[in-house]
Ligand binder design. Sequence first.
Ligand SMILES: C[S@@+](CC[C@H](N)C(=O)[O-])C[C@H]1O[C@@H](n2cnc3c(N)ncnc32)[C@H](O)[C@@H]1O
Length: 430
Amino acid sequence: MTERKIIDDVRDQYAGVARGELSNESTAVRSIANAFGYSEDDLNQLPAEANMGLSCGNPLALAGIREGEVVVDLGCGGGMDVFLAARKVGASGRVIGIDMTTEMLERARAGQQKLGLSNIEFHQSTIDRIPLPDNSVDCVISNCVINLVPDKLAVFREILRVLKPDGRVALSDIALKQELPSEVKQSVEAYIGCISGAILIDEYRSLLKQVGFASVVVTDTGADLNAYAMASDDGCCGGSSCGSDAGGAVADAGQKSLHDGLASVMQSFDANAFAASVRVHALKQPSTQPVNTIPVLNIQPTSKEKTMKTVQVYDKPMCCSTGVCGPDVDPVLPKFAADLDWLKSQGHHVERYNLAQQPQAFIENKEIHQLLSTTGTDCLPVVIVDGKIVSQTVYPSRDDLAGWVDGSPARQSLPLAEPESGCCGTSGCC
Ligand SMILES: C[S@@+](CC[C@H](N)C(=O)[O-])C[C@H]1O[C@@H](n2cnc3c(N)ncnc32)[C@H](O)[C@@H]1O
């Protein structure tokens, strides 16, 4: 099938979904959104037409959107994430929803009218050609869309182009843990259902790096893709029921047969074994070069004699080793995880301990043990380089990490222990 034909089929199917009756007022639709990280409070802010149970994550939990920012939602559908982001950017910010499907944008515009929000625009376009100027956006979000686009590299290039230097991309999407069985790969229904257009998690990471993104983190959220099916067959993307509706609101027989086809593909296939709901976070560095250049980090070892350092990070209790799973991710965590990966790539040895999962490590390290008994867990996270505490209470930047492993002083002063806790200086406890 040609790329043009795939895009046309995807548009036709989502037009049908938008014409149907799926809505935020349906318990099943809401339970899909709950399963992928939206709170009841989030959902209560939405107009009925915005949520059709089409998401596969919550990119806003990762995006760290601030007041006054310009945010773009690629494949905005009925506008669910646009409306939630619009509240975060406030009157001084702007949120732009882009979708290729007329019927989706009709829903989104109807919702905007109901909410009376004036800091929102919707544009009709495919997302491999984003109709926005270069360097004009602070944050690009997207929810369960990029898997549907045949030319993913073009989308990533476009995201990089429209982002301002230091801008970020925060995506929820479906990606693969392993290659799909060939019958699923060939299935049009599985493509429309966000499964067979998905790429491997490693490929996702490398395509983003290839176009020039930095600090790329792609994490499996562990969400159960059967959430769609479990929510009484009326959700869509990623599950066994794309395009269907519990109450029989499927617009026509063509769609119904497509849904039936996908359901039968899925019956012989454990979606969770092959595919995952992923969170993706990456940065456009000020120095980002055009497509196909590898980003050049401005922090390079200056001397061949430099020795490799051991960097230990003692984290607060977290849900997983990097803290980038769960419904509400502190946006600093994916960046810090990527910075640690960068340290490893420079040959340094990195160890990371999480109080919830490796409490023994906190007891075995004398300095950490002593610090915890004096200050409690408020001192976490603590970073130790070659046995010396170099920072506590905050996650350091890549510049700081680079400075410490280089032997140069921190470029940014980070809080070390409070005077009353008996610590001093930039080298840690005394
Ligand atoms: C699974 S739905 C997700 C909608 C929305 N993000 C949400 O979470 O509710 C996919 C959406 O992406 C849109 N879409 C798919 N491929 C697209 C493309 N190449 N360009 C623009 N929009 C696209 C569809 O029209 C549809 O609205």
